[in-house]
Design a binder for this molecule. Structure first.
Ligand code: SF4
Length: 350
């Protein structure tokens, strides 16, 4: 430990961080519950998705599936429909599988131990530590992107954060700093600090509760950290998305052999060589390192027989009741056909 973190300093650091967090935390709905099921759900939704996007989905999902049992009994189509638009659909499939396993293996009681949680589908090191600490007060430190940034600055750690050495470093430092008396709040406080004060660019050091312990601030190098040497290369792909309509209905298809999109319905989407030219604005969608540029073709003349997968003509007013892909939602929105994302009424059977 650097001099900043000797003995008594650790407890002062914890106290300063927790006191800042308790007075300044954002009032997020999953912070108002102690229910392990709701905390688990929020952690799954927050993987790769922003807090602002998650809030309405979280509320809507909990209104329909208020507990583990309701998910165990729930239909996959309905679970997907409520997830529709959040993306990364393997999350909800794994959540549903894991819920069933909790039912059969653990008698419906969500495990409290990190290592046991990690045996469930969709729960890795981060999510297991978050559930164990926040829902069950277990002394497990979480390490996410926000925490790595805060820790790399506190200790002026200059090695590439993608390396194994760095991962070991972050794990060891967060474990040493973690407050064993309030692990859930401590973890959330570190993440909150990273999200609101110790931001990637322009960290707000004068407002930071842990500034006295921060070596990067002292050296004036906070903005240079953390070190990331490998940048993700983005690949752009072009698509045409067909809005084919007939007598108040629109053509949708599903690709049941496509593992990621299985169970979801979409407007027919086909790859194209390049952009149709300047002046035509595409709908954009990014998945990992792939940027999709999608050009809607309204009343496109595309023979449904050439499309892969199963197709259906669906009345416009039923669209909100169907689990649609995020791309389809975006294209409908961009072409002046926004659909209600928050329709919790009954499902429409296709
Ligand atoms: Fe981040 Fe600045 Fe706080 Fe250090 S003092 S933890 S760089 S906000």
């Amino acid at each position: 430990m650097p001099p900043h973190f000797r003995d008594r300093e650790i407890s002062l650091f914890r106290r300063a961080l927790l006191s800042w967090y308790r007075s300044n935390k954002r009032p997020l709905p999953w912070r108002e519950t102690a229910d392990p099921y709701a905390i688990w759900l929020s952690e799954v939704m927050l993987q790769q998705t922003t807090v602002e996007t998650v809030i309405p989905y979280y509320k809507r999902f909990l209104a329909k599936f208020p507990n583990l049992e309701s998910v165990i009994k729930g239909q996959e189509a309905e679970l997907l429909r409520l997830w529709s638009g959040l993306g990364y659909y393997s999350r909800i499939r794994n959540f549903s599988k894991a819920a069933k396993l909790v039912g059969t293996r653990f008698g419906g009681k969500i495990p409290a131990e990190k290592e046991t949680l990690k045996t469930l589908p969709g729960i890795g090191e981060y999510t297991a530590s978050a559930i164990a600490s926040i829902a069950f007060h277990k002394p497990e430190a979480v390490v996410d992107g926000n925490v790595m940034r805060v820790v790399s600055r506190l200790f002026a750690y200059r090695k590439d954060i993608a390396t194994t050495t760095a991962k070991i470093f972050f794990r060891s430092k967060t474990t040493q700093l973690l407050d064993p008396d309030a692990p859930g709040d401590f973890n959330q406080a570190m993440m909150e600090l990273g999200a609101t004060i110790c931001t990637p660019t322009s960290p707000r050091c004068p407002l930071c509760a842990v500034a006295p312990w921060c070596i990067a601030r002292e050296k004036g190098i906070a903005e240079k950290l953390p070190t990331k040497t490998k940048k993700m290369e983005m690949e752009t792909r072009f698509y045409t998305c067909f809005l084919i309509t007939r007598q108040g209905k629109i053509l949708l298809r599903t690709r049941k052999h496509e593992p990621v999109l299985r169970g979801l319905w979409e407007l027919p989407l086909v790859p194209r060589e390049k952009s149709p030219g300047h002046g035509i604005k595409p709908v954009t969608h990014t998945i990992m390192n792939q940027r999709m540029k999608i050009y809607p073709a309204e009343n496109g003349k595309y023979a449904p027989s050439k499309l892969k997968g199963k197709t259906r003509w669906v009345p416009w007013d039923r669209l909100a009741k169907i689990p649609l892909t995020t791309v389809t939602r975006k294209v409908l929105q961009a072409t002046g056909h926004p659909i209600s994302r928050f329709d919790t009424k009954e499902e429409f059977k296709l």
